[in-house]
Design a protein around this ligand. Structure first.
Ligand code: NAD
Length: 497
């Protein structure tokens, strides 16, 4: 592991030089091949961790363990109240070890330390929520209408779950799956993004400390095709829950179809942020900026499409451009930094191609559109916050996700036009509405075909409220009571008395 010249300790607490970072059947070990992967901080390219690089055989071993432990029945039939208590203990450990987790997350992602800290608070809250609701739903009695028959519906675990997650909110996406999977009594094999494995390693340690029985939760680390794909295909996996890109989601759904396993998908979004001319101007500017530039736009629910009413267009875009040019870029531990690097050189190239294509289509580049200048940015994957104005319906820039710090701007005339434009996308994850007219806000929110709508705000979510996509943004819901149902089978028991 390299230590950078500024003397900061860039080693992740999750690193293992020998690659003993697979957690299978309650035991830490290396990949069967002995292969390892070096994780590098996107802010400066420093090596921060060495982890195992699993392959098909490691994944198959983890699936076999999860299958055996599920079929044994002890865990699946354990008291949901006890599983809830376990989740509450995990939440306490996350609060206790918040700084260690946040540091590991920032080293892997290049995300500002303060943002990783907020993520950890939300992760602890997610475990707390599922800890509290596990066991509160005993199912329901059904009135048969007959004097000599009784009937009830109960909820049981689905079985072995394959959990596959992305790099942008590495542990948050894991928590949204692991917490309800445990609450419901499933066993699982977790496959986090190969770019950001550290906090998943720390979480497995926390689960073991909280008392999760061996083999209930298993961790494999490695590339998608060698590990994640095995989870989607394998006949012994009953459910695959995936968060990531649309293309990968389609591949996973197709291979899961062969064994008719349950599929939950949380995919991308190209999310409209609709600003009416009667909106409070300063509020609209502030939220338009955080909607897209939080975590350099690498947020599935980012407000990447500013859809603004004609009358406000010029003033709003001018002010946004002025403010964008003041945004300070920097590494995760630089307190002055307001936003950080992209996850990888490859991802930055995709963002650069996206902007080039948009400009070729006729979008007007108002600011950004290039890498920042200065030696301190040379080794990181930085890209300037970018505003593309006057993008047209039907173009690549409107329809596709850049997943980077790129705001595209469209205009609308009236309420119907706003709704039509905001819904004119194959995605449907989130949307914002800014107006000072509460009636209009509710009317428009009701007509938007998106899974979350924020009014005069952007980004807040709650563990107790469902999260997920309409249309090609996904299948199923995470968080809230429905997020638990995803990991349960309903069973109807009818008795002739
Ligand atoms: P990705 O689809 O490339 O990878 C996600 C995960 O899938 C990784 O763990 C990867 O290793 C694995 N994977 C890759 N190929 C696979 C295959 N063939 N079979 C099985 N697993 C495979 O996505 P990413 O680049 O890591 O993340 C960015 C994407 O995730 C964006 O499109 C973003 O919108 C989306 N996302 C959505 C949400 C949401 O809640 N809807 C949240 C975060 C990110």
């Amino acid at each position: 592991t390299e230590v950078p010249p500024d003397g900061t300790d860039h080693r992740s607490p999750a690193s293992s030089e020998a690659g003993h970072t697979l957690f299978i059947d309650g035991v830490w070990g290396p990949a069967a091949s002995g292969h390892t992967r070096t994780i590098r901080c996107p802010a400066d390219g420093t090596a921060v961790a060495t982890v195992a690089e699993a392959e098909r055989s490691d994944t198959e071993r983890a699936i076999a363990v999860a299958r055996r432990v599920f079929d044994d029945g002890t865990w699946a039939n354990s008291s949901p109240w006890q599983r809830g208590d376990l989740l509450l203990r995990v939440s306490d450990i996350l609060v206790r070890d918040r700084d260690e987790f946040a540091r590991a997350e920032s080293l892997d992602t290049g995300k500002r330390l303060v943002e990783s800290g907020y993520d950890m608070d939300d992760i602890a809250a997610c475990f707390r929520y599922y800890g509290k609701i596990a066991g509160t739903d005993p199912g329901h009695v059904v009135d048969t209408g007959l004097p000599d028959a009784i009937s009830r519906v109960s909820y049981e675990p689905v079985g072995v779950c394959g959990l596959i997650t992305p790099w942008n909110f590495p542990l948050l996406q894991v928590a949204w799956k692991v917490a309800p999977a445990i609450a419901a009594g499933n066993t699982f094999v977790l496959k986090p993004s190969e770019l950001t494995p550290s906090t998943a390693i720390l979480l497995m340690r926390a689960l073991a400390e909280a008392g999760l029985p061996a083999g209930v939760g298993n961790l494999v680390l490695g590339a998608g095709e060698q590990t994640g794909a095995v989870l989607a295909e394998h006949a012994d996996v009953d459910m695959v829950s995936f968060t990531g890109g649309l293309h990968t989601g389609r591949t996973i759904a197709a291979s899961a179809a062969a064994t008719v396993k349950r599929v939950a998908l949380e995919l991308g979004g190209k999310n409209p942020n609709v600003v009416f001319a009667d909106a409070d101007f300063d509020t609209a500017v502030d939220y338009a900026l955080t909607a897209i530039f939080l975590h350099s736009g690498q947020v599935c629910s980012a407000g990447a499409r500013l859809v603004v009413q004609d009358e406000m267009h010029d003033a709003l875009v001018d002010e946004i451009v002025r403010r964008v040019e003041l945004i300070r870029l920097g590494g995760p531990f630089e307190e002055e930094a307001e936003t950080g690097p992209l996850i990888s050189a490859e991802h930055r190239s995709k963002v650069e191609d996206y902007v080039a294509e948009a400009v070729a289509e006729g979008a007007v580049l108002r600011t950004g559109g290039r890498r920042p200048e200065g030696d301190r940015f040379t080794n990181g994957y930085y890209y300037l916050p970018t505003v593309l104005d006057e993008v047209q319906q039907g173009t690549h820039a409107v329809g596709e996700e850049s997943f980077g710090p790129v705001l595209t701007v469209e205009r609308f005339t009236d309420e119907d036009d706003a709704v039509r434009i905001a819904n004119d996308t194959h995605y449907g994850l989130s949307a914002g509405v800014f107006t000072s007219d509460p009636g209009k806000a509710q009317r428009v929110a009701g007509r938007l075909r998106h899974g979350t709508v924020w009014i005069n705000d952007f980004h807040p979510y709650l563990p107790q409220a469902e999260w997920g996509g309409f249309k090609q943004s996904g299948v199923g819901r995470e968080l809230g009571p429905a997020g638990l149902r995803e990991y349960q089978e309903a069973k109807h028991i009818y008795q002739n008395i």
